[in-house]
Design a protein around this ligand. Structure first.
Ligand code: FES
Ligand code: FE2
Length: 427
């Protein structure tokens, strides 16, 4: 349970809020590159950390991310003409450069100095891994771009999925901090169905169903934190251990087992009451099974909208008949199952009313850690994950480990298993 003030500090993302200032220390996704693929195409509205922006690619290919509202009299630049060198506002023809300069003010008299003193918000951008990235913080403190290894994979090995979620980002993020919930929310009864976890090649999730009360362990890392979930097996000498790696400010690698495709996630606040989840599915060594991935997670969005048909109003299309023999939730797809419970809490979950238990250990650890990091930031200390020496190479595990060994050693056992049991070349 949190105080109201702690809940506010962990959820509000606008400029000037404690968390908003923390988040503005990092490179974060702003849009998918497919949204601004065409040079000279329509500018795209981008809601990010409570700010309203537009992203665009000018006819020469240059990309900009600037404040949505024209500095003259605030018309939206989403309507603007997209010209070489910037956006031209429809209302009176002012031209704004990708750097946020006012280049032209045509209705003003010759020699007018008006534009010289004006600037609109503009943020630096970077194109990588199918995503337009930005940094919204103090220019003097811009960190190195995080070298996530999946950014350079060929398209067949990388599937970035972006999905709108109608609630504060922390409700989503805390789902990924919760190793016990898959045993309930994501349980399939019909394990032979093609859409079951095993059917989609994620045996690691099918395996965890054997123990619904894992021991949860957490530790701080230079990136943020690591979580371990230790499950008993039939053999008292062997545990089933899953690890999750957390990278500030809102990134994580989900636990995945030997030879499985991997999953990087981002919980990107649009504002205080909505967010985008990024599911970055990737496989460093071979092509992804895209249809199985979509079927398993249920997160294929409707063309260009980054939304699915599910909502609180339509109960996320829950099917009570299906709850008898299909799955625990009656909802199709793990990503939609997550969204259903997270959106059901309301726009910003009232954490003053919670009653947390042992299974919430990682959620509690994260909240305390972030509140401490916010206080340290105010005391002048650099937030986590910004040391230029960090290499951003992470690998999670979901495998068996001797019960008398440290939980973090499970990755070593998983990697040994992979070496000793290589996949056939054609797999
Ligand atoms: S409002 Fe944009 S040019 Fe006047
Ligand atoms: Fe989940």
């Amino acid at each position: 349970m949190l105080t109201h003030e702690q809940n506010e500090n962990l959820t509000r993302v606008g400029p000037g809020t404690p968390l908003g200032r923390f988040l503005r220390h990092y490179w974060i996704p702003a849009a998918n590159l497919e949204e601004i693929a065409m040079p000279g195409g329509a500018p795209v509205r981008v809601g990010l950390l409570g700010e309203k922006l537009v992203a665009f690619r000018d006819p020469s290919g240059k990309v900009g991310l600037i404040g949505e509202f024209c500095p003259h009299r605030r018309a939206s630049l989403a309507y603007a003409r997209n010209e070489v060198g910037g956006l031209r506002c429809l209302y009176h023809g002012w031209k704004l450069s990708p750097e946020g300069r006012v280049e032209e003010t045509p209705p003003e008299p010759p020699g007018s100095k008006l534009k010289a003193n004006l600037k609109c918000h503009a943020y630096p951008v970077r194109e990588a891994g199918g995503i337009l990235w930005t940094y919204m913080g103090d220019p003097a403190k811009q960190p190195p771009f995080p070298k996530f290894p999946w950014l350079d994979l060929p398209p067949a090995q990388l599937l970035p999925v972006k999905m709108y979620q109608d609630c504060n980002f922390l409700q989503g993020l805390e789902g990924d901090l919760d190793p016990a919930h898959p045993n309930y929310l994501h349980r399939d009864f019909d394990v032979d169905a093609g859409k079951s976890w095993g059917g989609a090649g994620w045996e690691s999730i099918a395996r965890l169903m054997s123990d619904g009360a894992p021991e949860i362990l957490c530790e701080e890392t230079p990136y943020l934190m690591r979580v371990g979930a230790v499950r008993k097996t039939n053999d008292p000498k062997k545990n089933y251990v899953r690890t999750t790696e957390w990278i500030a400010p809102f990134y994580c690698y989900i636990a995945t087992g030997p030879h499985e495709s991997q999953l990087f996630k981002a919980w990107l606040p649009i504002d205080d009451v909505s967010c985008y989840t990024y599911y970055i599915h990737f496989n460093p060594s071979r092509p992804l099974d895209v249809p199985a991935t979509y079927a398993n997670w249920g997160h294929r969005t409707e063309n260009g909208t980054y939304r699915t048909a599910h909502s609180v109003e339509n109960m996320h299309l829950q099917d009570r008949q299906r709850m008898i023999s299909g799955n625990f939730s009656g909802i199709e797809g793990a990503a939609i199952q997550d969204r259903a419970v997270q959106e059901s809490m309301g726009a910003i979950c009232d954490r003053t009313q919670e009653h947390l238990g042992t299974s919430d250990k990682a959620v509690i650890f994260y909240r305390r850690l972030i509140l401490r990091k916010l206080a340290e930031m105010d005391a002048g200390k650099s937030p986590p994950g910004l040391d230029p020496a960090l290499d951003f190479k992470h690998r999670t595990a979901s495998w068996y480990s001797p019960s008398d060994e440290p939980w973090q050693d499970v990755l070593r056992h998983q990697e040994r298993y992979e070496r000793e049991n290589p996949l056939p070349a054609s797999a």
